[in-house]
Design a protein around this ligand. Structure first.
Ligand SMILES: NC(=O)c1ccc[n+]([C@@H]2O[C@H](COP(=O)([O-])OP(=O)(O)OC[C@H]3O[C@@H](n4cnc5c(N)ncnc54)[C@H](O)[C@@H]3O)[C@@H](O)[C@H]2O)c1
Length: 250
C-alpha cells in the first residue's frame, strides 16, 4: 500500500479522472478528501471508497472561489494533521466559439476554473507543505496545453498556463521539498467530452487520433498521477507527463 498514512486532496474528485484517482489512491491506503462542486456525485465517490473499506470524506468546493479552496485545505490539515498530496484537477471545457464570438464571462468561466483554481490550490497548500518540508502537487493540463484547437481559445490558454505555472511552482518550492508536476491527458472517456460524442463520425476520428488508435480511460490517467505523487518520482519536478496514447506524436 504505497499511500498508507498519506493525506490526499483531489479537486474535481466527483467524476472522471479525479474519481478514478480518488478510488486508486484510497486503494493504496490514503485518506482522500474528495472536493467538487457536484455534491451528489462527490458523496457517491466518498461512499464507494468507504464501501471498499477505504478512508474518505467529501467537501463541496468551488475552485473558482479562493475562500472555498482555502477552507478545503484547512479542513484536511485540521482533521488529518497533514496534506501530503494535492491533485488540482477540477476543470471545464468551453463553448465551441472563435475568440471574437466569446464573452468575457465565457472566457473567465474556463480560465478561472482551469488555471486560477490551480493557483488557489498551490497558494494555500504550500505553507503547510513548507512546514512539513515535503509534499507533492499534481496539476491537470491537457494535450491542448501544447497544441492549438479551433474554437478552444480559453481552454488552450488555461491548459498551456498550467504547464508553465507547474514549472514556476516547482522552482519556487523545490528547496522546501515540494515537487510540482502535471499530467496532460489526451482524449479520455469522461463526461467532459460528451458534447464531442454527438457527431458519431467526428467522434470516431477524435477518439482514435493517437498512436494507440483508441480512447483513453480515466484509470490510465490516475496511474500517472499516482506515480508522480509517489516516492518513485522523488527526483521529478516541473514536468508535465503526457498521458495521451501518443496523441501529440500522431
Ligand atoms: N477527459 C478528457 O478528454 C480530458 C483531456 C484533457 C484534460 N482533461 C482535464 O481533466 C480534468 C478532469 O476532467 P474529466 O475529464 O475527469 O471531466 P469530468 O467532467 O468527468 O470531471 C470534472 C469534475 O470537475 C468538477 N468541477 C468543474 N468545475 C469545478 C469547480 N469550479 N469547482 C469544483 N469542481 C469543479 C466537475 O463537477 C466534475 O466532477 C479537467 O481539468 C479536464 O480539463 C480531460
Amino acid at each position: 500500500m504505497k499511500f498508507q498514512g498519506k493525506n490526499v486532496l483531489i479537486t474535481g474528485g466527483a467524476s472522471g479522472i479525479g474519481q478514478a484517482t480518488a478510488l486508486r489512491v484510497a486503494e493504496e491506503g490514503a485518506f482522500v478528501l474528495v472536493c467538487d462542486k457536484n455534491r451528489e456525485k462527490g458523496e457517491a465517490v466518498r461512499d464507494e471508497i468507504k464501501e471498499r473499506r477505504g478512508k474518505a470524506e467529501f467537501l463541496e468546493v468551488d475552485t473558482t472561489d479562493e475562500r472555498s479552496v482555502k477552507e478545503s485545505i484547512a479542513f484536511i490539515v485540521n482533521e488529518q494533521g497533514s496534506l501530503d498530496v494535492l491533485f488540482n484537477n477540477a476543470g471545464v471545457g468551453g463553448q465551441e466559439k472563435k475568440l471574437h464570438e466569446l464573452s468575457e464571462e465565457e472566457w473567465d468561466r474556463v480560465v478561472d476554473t482551469n488555471l486560477k483554481g490551480v493557483f488557489y490550490g498551490i497558494k494555500h497548500a504550500v505553507p503547510t507543505m513548507m512546514n512539513q518540508e515535503k509534499g507533492a502537487i499534481i496539476n491537470t493540463s491537457s494535450v491542448l496545453g501544447f497544441k492549438g484547437k479551433k474554437r478552444s481559445g480559453p481552454y488552450n490558454a488555461s491548459k498551456g498556463g498550467v504547464v508553465t505555472l507547474t514549472k514556476n511552482a516547482a522552482l519556487e518550492y523545490g528547496r522546501y521539498g515540494i515537487r510540482v508536476n502535471a499530467v496532460a491527458p489526451g482524449v479520455i472517456d469522461t463526461p467532459i467530452v460528451d458534447t464531442w460524442r454527438e457527431d458519431e463520425r467526428k467522434w470516431k476520428i477524435i477518439s482514435q487520433a493517437n498512436a494507440l488508435g483508441r480512447l483513453g480511460q480515466p484509470h490510465e490517467v490516475a496511474e500517472a498521477v499516482l506515480f508522480l505523487a509517489s516516492d518513485q518520482a522523488s527526483f521529478i519536478t516541473g514536468e508535465t507527463l503526457m498521458v495521451d496514447g501518443g496523441g501529440l506524436t500522431f
